[in-house]
Design a protein around this ligand. Structure first.
Ligand SMILES: Cc1ncc(COP(=O)(O)O)c(C=O)c1O
Length: 473
């Protein structure tokens, strides 16, 4: 005996209708094969749409970009008919690119349910299937054992902070890294290391900042051991200054907005172990890094899963979540909220987790490592062709960086105005990138790797080169 809900989900006529929709979209998007400019007859109407979009919120869009609702792989069509390489994918959200058949199918399955949203009071089964999968995958190499679902990265972080604060009550201070980013809520902008993000608003949490790993600074101090020693000394100073005062140490294992900074494992382990000694929970924020390194979890990439107490994830998972170990279990009543998310967030999120698990994406020979190598090869060739575009950057010797699906390039000495101008010129030439770092600034790419082929990199670099040449000139 099945329920009517199951009968809908397994209906062969609905499955045939979904197949027909996906086939129709695949056929319609077949002509999207390369970058192209806008269609002349649409440019005026498009300009109005872009202006109206900016006016609706009171300031202009950063890029004049409004999607048409179609794309193919890493190529996206805009509402003026132009086509661009989407190398930033919604700041890491659309990791499977545009109009991906599997994602479309999962999305359509999500549309079959009786309501669009699931909540903490009333829910269907799919949010918990998603949560169970997340815990199963995370638990392979960590002690994370439970997940609570929510609607944004910032909200997942709010919940993580509450879990830590309740566990460590009455401790209220937070230890965080310089240049960290945590989201846009009042509390998260208090912790995030960006003055502009809290312009005119109060700081609501006391934060003690630690420097992030910096290979160049380590060299100047006399080596890795000296840098680790200095970091541990600073941590010790905070712990002595505020005994039992810290609710957690929040760590982006790879900094996203802060500049795609990748730490040394020994340094990371030393800090995490020092936290353990002092009973300070380690909270790993992988909202940007999850899924993109050469392992599914950044804590797996660094082999530090056993040292993580609390974990947050979002962006490419579509639905966001906070996970914790048994020892961090919050008391009932601490976490709730109306929505856990929309049905298709969970059907698509689950599809993404299952596909990442089953595919040949991870490991030193996996697809993501190969894409990173292809990116680096082309970036090196570009630098060799135009050494003057890539002058030395004080304190940041490498001008090509990243791991897996996190890629960065540092032209023009990492000067803010020039890097932003370069991103905008590249946009005009047909590729969407973004920037990161607080000086030096870098061009940032979070490309939709599972939807890309290695042989697409030459065409992408042609666009990057054209954009950079406009700024260099
Ligand atoms: C590391 C990190 N944490 C938290 C967030 C906030 O996520 P959201 O924008 O979904 O609130 C982001 C977003 O860029 C992030 O990169």
């Amino acid at each position: 005996m099945t329920t009517i809900g199951q009968a809908i989900q397994t209906s062969s006529s609905i499955a045939a209708a979904i197949d027909a929709i996906v086939a129709e979209i695949e056929e319609k998007t077949t002509p999207i094969t390369e970058v192209r400019g806008p269609r002349e007859e649409l440019t005026e109407a498009y300009a109005h749409l872009v202006t109206a979009a900016g006016e609706s919120r009171g300031w202009p869009l950063l890029y004049p970009m409004l999607g048409s609702g179609a794309g193919r792989g890493a190529l996206v069509e805009l509402a003026d008919g132009s086509v661009k390489w989407d190398l930033v994918a919604g700041i890491g959200v659309h990791f499977f690119g545009h109009s991906h058949p599997q994602i479309l199918r999962a999305q359509l399955r999500g549309a079959l349910e009786d309501t669009t949203k699931h909540g903490n009071l009333q829910s269907g089964t799919v949010p918990y299937e998603f949560a169970r999968k997340l815990v199963e995958l995370a638990g392979r190499r960590s002690k994370l054992s439970r997940a609570f679902l929510t609607t944004s990265g910032a909200m997942a972080n709010e919940l993580a902070l509450k879990v830590c604060m309740q566990k460590r009550s009455p401790a209220t201070r937070v230890i965080a890294f310089e240049h960290c980013f945590m989201g846009r809520s009042l509390t998260m902008t208090s912790i995030g290391d960006s003055a502009a993000a809290r312009d005119g608003i109060p700081v609501t949490v006391a934060v003690d900042y630690m420097p992030f790993w910096n290979a160049h600074a380590a060299e100047q101090l006399g080596g890795k051991a000296a840098f680790i020693e200095a970091s541990l000394r600073q941590l010790e100073t905070y712990v002595k200054r505020y005994p039992d005062g810290h609710a957690c140490f929040v760590m982006e294992l790879i900094q996203g907005e802060g500049g795609f900074n990748i730490p040394d494992r020994d340094w990371l382990v030393a800090l995490m172990e020092a936290c353990k000694e002092h009973g300070i929970p380690v909270w790993d924020d992988e909202i940007q890094a999850f899924g993109r390194t050469t392992e599914m979890f950044a804590f797996e990439y660094f082999g530090v899963g056993e040292l993580v107490d609390v974990f947050t994830v979002g962006k490419m998972t579509q639905a966001c979540a906070v996970l914790w170990t048994d020892a961090m279990k919050p008391r009932p009543g601490l976490l709730s909220g109306t929505f856990t998310g929309g049905t298709s967030d969970f059907t698509v999120g689950l599809e993404i987790l299952q596909t990442l698990e089953a595919g040949r994406f991870y490991g030193p020979e996996g697809a993501f490592a190969q894409h990173q190598q292809a990116f680096r090869r082309h970036a090196e060739a570009l630098m060799a062709r135009h050494p003057s575009w890539f002058p030395a950057v004080p304190g940041t010797p490498e001008r090509i960086g990243g791991v897996g699906g996190m890629m960065r390039l540092t032209p023009f000495g990492g000067q803010k105005d020039k890097v932003i101008a370069a991103a905008k010129a590249i946009y005009d030439e047909g590729a969407i990138t973004f920037w990161c770092g607080h000086g030096p600034y870098h061009l940032r790419m979070l490309p939709p790797l599972p939807a890309m082929e290695l042989d697409q990199w030459p065409a992408i670099f042609e666009v990057l080169e054209r954009g950079l040449s406009r700024v260099a000139a």
